[in-house]
Design a protein around this ligand. Structure first.
Ligand code: N01
Length: 494
């Protein structure tokens, strides 16, 4: 295959990376379709008050687009979103990206060996290669609470924040205690009339001062001296690699971080009864770790109430809990997370012999090394199943994955082949290795988190960064079935 027509779905971190890498590798016929009206993915969709990235900005950036002059050590959502727009402009990616275009279905045509793609606007496209960069935390989970639709005021999910909703001076309810719930409570509490935080499961919260500014002097030095900036970034990336070690294998370092999480609660919450309510019944780090320097102060403020009684009903005026209390509120904020295992669904995807993705994933999402699914030729995922969302840089992972896909496409060109599909055997072996390696991870120590698929598997990368880098460095062509245009198998040269 020469000059394949490539379609990338999604213009978030994964899609922007894939587009840039493929262009750098000489692929010019690349289009990106994006459902939203802007690039940025989660950073476009999430605009709730207090949105901050809890990964240091100097490593929350593309390797190909270093930014020395972040204004904060941990940037807020709007600065990260501006960075994504700037990268798209700076690298000339904009002409390839079409926003406001939702892909609704993609079907593999066995005869033509192409993908037939349809959009919500009724447009039909034909491409040779499909890359799904559709994100993980994208589909908001709306809780099934009786009466939610009857509430007589604004109800807003954090991932679809409505800037017109007034929260200052209002009685606010926040449901959910993940990273988002903790950030939004901290941000809304100071100006609220009252804020009630409904905590079904408390989270361990690591104390860190998130608001530190990066001084202009530092920005100027990093801008003028790229080697210094590179050294800083490399050091931080090396340090962040420890997170993968801590989470995937028991060690003294894991115990140290866990002790720090317990200490963070103990030191900041002196009231014994409140501390008991805020103490989770599982190990720190088991869920996606929450980091905050403000939450414990906010929840102890005079206008804040923590409620851990289960919610039974939402009425027109408030939220009722199992003990019979009704908490009157004006605004309900749902910080209730995402359907994290949907990936490209609800798009209808059908592969070879008409097999749908729902059928292929009937037992939960699975892929080969996060990026290919048997039965779906010439289709790839970036940040697909078992990606290291809990431990390793997603920008790095996206770059490695895109490079790997480019290697596969190069192979198609070099062998004049038409299709490439990962084998069932290699995928089964990879998934068996994942299951085995997941045993000693902290995510597997008995908490309920969005990392778990409905059938209880941990949908994360169970190894460290060197393993990720090695597995995504170059394709093992023996794990792929390569075919010529007439369907004849093309054997690997090795
Ligand atoms: O979502 P979550 P999130 N009644 O799934 C509760 C990333 N992120 O948006 O634990 C009552 O973690 C649910 O309770 P329980 C980060 O990766 C990053 O907060 O199921 N409660 C839980 O407390 C993060 O992990 C940043 O018992 C209900 C909460 O809702 C990921 O996004 C910032 C309920 C959902 O927590 C998701 O975080 C923000 C119900 N019916 C987010 N249904 C950074 O800083 C659900 N809950 C990078």
């Amino acid at each position: 295959m020469t000059a394949p027509r490539i379609l990338i779905i999604g213009a978030g971190v994964a899609g922007i990376t894939a587009l840039h890498v493929l262009r750098e590798r000489g692929y010019t016929d690349v289009a990106v379709l994006e459902k939203g009206d802007d690039v940025g993915g989660v950073w476009h969709w999430n605009r709730y008050p207090g949105l901050t990235c809890d990964v240091p900005s100097q490593i929350y950036q593309f390797g190909f687009a270093p930014k020395p002059d972040w204004t904060r050590i941990w940037a807020d959502g709007s600065e990260i979103q501006r960075y994504h727009r700037d990268v798209v402009e700076q690298f000339g990616l904009a002409p390839h990206i079409r926003c406001n275009t939702e892909v609704t279905s993609a079907a593999w045509d066995d005869d033509a060996r192409t993908w037939a793609v349809s959009t919500a606007a009724g447009e039909d496209l034909v491409v040779d290669v499909l890359i799904c960069a559709t994100g993980v935390l994208h589909h908001p989970a709306i809780p099934d609470i009786p009466g939610l639709a009857e509430f007589d005021g604004p109800v807003v999910h954090t991932a679809r924040w409505d800037g017109d909703v007034v929260t200052d001076g209002k009685r606010i309810a926040v449901i959910g205690t993940g990273s988002t719930g903790v950030q939004v409570v901290s941000a809304l509490q100071p100006a609220a009339s009252s804020i009630v935080h409904f905590v079904r499961s408390p989270q361990w919260i690591l104390w860190a001062t998130m608001g530190i500014r990066q001084s202009r002097v530092v920005s100027s030095v990093l801008r003028r001296l790229p080697p210094v900036h590179q050294t800083l970034t490399k050091s931080l990336l090396w340090g962040s690699g420890i997170l993968a070690d801590i989470t995937t294998r028991p060690s003294w370092r894991r115990r140290l971080v866990q002790a720090y999480a317990r200490l963070s609660l103990r030191v900041q919450v002196r009231d014994r009864a409140l501390r008991t309510v805020l103490t989770p019944d599982y190990e720190p780090l088991c869920k996606r770790q929450v980091v905050s320097g403000t939450y414990y102060r906010a929840i102890q403020a005079h206008n804040a109430i923590l409620v851990n009684d289960p919610i039974t009903e939402i009425t027109a005026q408030g939220i009722r809990t199992a003990d019979g209390t009704t908490h009157p509120v004006d605004v309900v904020v749902l910080a209730t997370g995402f359907h994290a295992h949907n990936y490209m669904r609800p798009m209808t995807v059908s592969g070879r012999d008409g097999m749908t993705l729902d059928e292929a994933w009937a037992d939960g999402p699975r892929a080969y090394r996060t990026l290919a699914v048997p039965g779906f030729p010439n289709m790839f995922t970036v940040l697909g199943p078992n990606s290291p969302t809990g431990s390793i840089s997603l920008q790095l992972t996206s770059e490695l994955t895109a490079g790997y896909i480019a290697d596969l496409l190069d192979h198609l060109e070099q062998t004049s082949s038409a299709t490439i599909e990962v084998t069932e055997e290699a995928t089964k072996k990879f998934n068996a290795d994942v299951t085995q390696a997941m045993t000693p991870t902290v995510w597997n120590t008995g908490c309920n988190s969005w990392y778990l698929t409905p059938n209880g598997a941990v949908d994360l990368w169970p190894w460290d960064k060197p393993t990720l880098t090695r597995m995504l460095a170059h394709p093992d062509l023996d794990h792929f079935d390569v075919r010529a245009a007439d369907g004849a198998q093309v054997l690997s040269a090795r």
